[in-house]
Design a protein around this ligand. Structure first.
Ligand code: IPE
Ligand code: IPE
Ligand code: MG
Length: 245
């Protein structure tokens, strides 16, 4: 069973897990050492969401642009994903976590994408937390993919092009079945979105921390949530209107 969220707690949290390479560099170790260390922070984030009653956690693990990295780093990351799938899925499943990989999975080696699909299937009935892992994901890809799906539905005669509005297109984007994105966190000090959830970010609160991803712990995430709880979300209205409810 999912814990009930307290007031002022986001229902959907997204994190750009950035800073692994610099964390390793500070320790005079190769970048992949940082990626390995980052796995502990993933566990911390999952535990945090379960504890705080957050319904959805969306983690940026590999962007559509990350293929541009040196081939050795890309293959080390693929290896890490495979190992993490082997190692972590049992425990996540035991904790009631529903795993979903979002992104263009077809670009991965068949063994890896098959295991991603198997993990999704195995955990599909879980309800404690939706854990979405964005891999080979790009926000522009998500929007283009949604447009293509809508166009295909038009071609099948399900509705006409005139019927495509924001609500309908939203239904074809990744994570449309989950709560709207409330809080977007980026670790590692950069103040940019790097093609993460472009559509979903429209009214999310943004939070940036200099903490490098492998150093992220419960206290760091609590700080982000405290900051979020102090925000006034106006959605275009005035502060006075919001106060009246
Ligand atoms: C984020 O950390 C992890 C991935 C992109 C896979 P980085 O590898 O980008 O770390 P920095 O930004 O170089 O420190
Ligand atoms: C974004 O981080 C992608 C992930 C964390 C998976 P990057 O490190 O790739 O982003 P840029 O290159 O600094 O914009
Ligand atoms: Mg980076």
């Amino acid at each position: 069973m999912a814990a009930r969220p307290e007031a002022g707690v986001p229902r959907h949290l997204a994190i750009v897990m950035d800073g692994n390479g610099r964390w390793a560099k500070q320790r005079l170790r190769p970048r992949t050492f940082g990626h390995h260390a980052g796995q502990k922070a993933v566990r911390e984030a999952v535990e945090f969401c379960l504890r705080r009653g957050i319904a959805s956690l969306t983690l940026f693990a590999f962007s559509s642009e990350n293929w541009r990295r040196p081939p050795t780093e890309v293959s080390a990351l693929m290896e890490l994903f495979l190992k993490a799938l082997d190692k972590e899925v049992d425990e996540l499943h035991g904790n009631g976590v529903r795993i979903r990989f979002v992104g263009d999975l077809d670009a991965f080696a068949p063994e890896l994408s098959a295991r991603m699909r198997a993990a999704m299937e195995r955990t599909s009935a879980n309800t404690a937390l939706n854990m979405n892992v964005a891999v080979n994901y790009g926000g522009r890809w998500d929007i283009a993919h949604a447009a293509r799906l809508a166009a295909e539905a038009v071609a099948r005669g399900e509705f006409s092009a005139d019927d495509i509005d924001e609500t309908r297109l939203h239904g074809y984007t990744c994570l449309a079945d989950q709560p709207p994105l409330d809080l977007f966190i980026r670790t590692g000090g950069e103040r940019r979105v790097s093609n993460f959830l472009l559509w979903q970010i429209a009214y999310a609160e943004l939070y940036f921390t200099d903490t490098l991803w492998p150093d992220v712990d419960q206290a760091c995430l609590d700080e982000a949530l405290d900051d979020y709880a102090r925000r006034e979300r106006r959605y275009g209205r005035t502060g006075e209107q919001v106060a009246k409810g």
